[in-house]
Design a binder for this molecule. Structure first.
Ligand code: ABT
Ligand code: MG
Length: 171
């Protein structure tokens, strides 16, 4: 009899636990749909790397709640830089831009957060550090419009393109 009762209680407990787990997983998925979890492509540029600001920037990324899904220190080839900045190829500053971004190592990252694309652009600050808000990465670590410490995708489509270029498994 005791064995029978134990078996009934054990079966009921397992069924209850199963129901709780299924419910939690369901609500987790539901939440993810509601909160627009996004991925973006980020880069720490050669100026910030050579100034030894890599660690401070990565620390701020984590302090602001981004999850670093992928990260690599690498040096871009001319071809990679030209593809990456192809949208600017007709601009007068294109050659200078490609020279700069290939002048030394960079740290490339895939970041995840709710509304990550805008959140990362907000943390970076304005393209020209002179116009960037206090506390932003470009105000803290940028020098001028051509040497502005960090990059971030500017829209969902560019995030997908840039992640496909550097982190195909995370795009
Ligand atoms: P990125 O994150 O590097 O793409 O910068 P952001 O999106 O804020 O600004 P855009 B407009 O994409 O600039 C690309 C790079 O070109 C540099 N630049 C831009 C100049 O050097 N002179 C200019 O007049 C303009 C408009 C700034 C960006 N990169 N760096 N280094
Ligand atoms: Mg840009």
């Amino acid at each position: 009899m005791n064995t029978f009762k134990t078996a009934v209680i054990a079966t009921a407990s397992i069924a209850l636990l199963g129901t709780i787990i299924v419910t939690l997983v369901y609500f987790d998925q539901f939440d993810k749909g509601m909160i627009n979890m996004e991925r973006t492509f980020a880069m720490i540029k050669p100026d910030a790397i050579s100034a030894h600001n890599t660690g401070k920037i990565i620390d701020m990324i984590e302090q602001h709640g981004f999850t670093i899904l992928g990260m690599e220190k690498t040096k871009l080839s001319k071809e990679q830089a030209q593809t990456f900045y192809a949208v600017h190829k007709e601009r007068p500053f294109f050659a200078e831009l490609v020279d700069f971004v290939t002048s030394g190592p960079v740290v490339i990252m895939c970041l995840e957060k709710e509304n990550a694309i805008k959140a990362w652009r907000d943390l970076m600050g304005a393209t020209d550090p002179a116009n960037a808000e206090p506390g932003t990465l470009r105000k803290l670590f940028g020098t001028d419009v051509g040497h502005n410490a960090v990059h971030g995708s500017d829209a969902p489509e560019t995030a997908r393109q840039e992640l496909t270029l550097f982190f195909p498994d995370l795009a």
